[in-house]
Write a protein that binds this ligand. Structure first.
Ligand code: CMP
Length: 141
């Protein structure tokens, strides 16, 4: 099944000029970028995005980091895109991420882990709608 997923290139990766490198890896993996923009989130936007983590010990630092600079947000489309993009990213903690994954190659730490990806088709739909209007998404099938 052709799916959509949601992805963020986080501030640590944008700062280090890794947007193109990460997009190249996404495209090489056969996923299509069907929507994209650069945004600088304010605290309310970031808190809403990470609402499920509110109250956790790392929440305030997570929001501070995600608002520390611009990010790229994008919608990726492809066969089984949610799971395939998660595989491409590797585990959340770069020390546990498999060789050749984005986080193994680019992440600096658990917090500064370069990329985000939706964890299920339901999260993907919610996260896409949080950042994109329907007419900003250029489905290519
Ligand atoms: P992300 O996929 O964006 O979802 C939530 C983020 O919180 C996660 O990536 C990590 O960067 C961060 N995170 C998760 N667990 C911890 C933790 N224990 N300490 C610091 N940051 C964390």
């Amino acid at each position: 099944t052709i799916q959509k997923t949601f992805s963020i290139v986080k501030p640590d990766a944008v700062k280090r000029n890794l947007i193109g490198a990460i997009y190249q890896r996404i495209e090489q993996a056969g996923l299509k970028v069907v929507a994209a923009k650069m945004i600088h989130m304010d605290a309310d936007k970031a808190k809403g995005f990470y609402a499920e983590h509110e109250g956790k010990p790392f929440f305030d630092d997570l929001v501070a980091f995600m608002t520390s600079g611009p990010v790229m947000v994008q919608v990726l489309e492809g066969e089984n895109a949610v799971a395939r993009y998660r595989e491409l990213m590797g585990k959340t903690n770069p020390e546990e991420a498999a060789c050749g994954t984005l986080r193994a190659d680019y992440a600096l730490s658990l917090r500064h882990n370069s990329v985000h990806g939706a964890d299920s088709p339901e999260s993907a739909a919610r996260e896409i709608a949080y950042f994109f209007a329907d007419d900003e998404i250029h489905t290519r099938g």
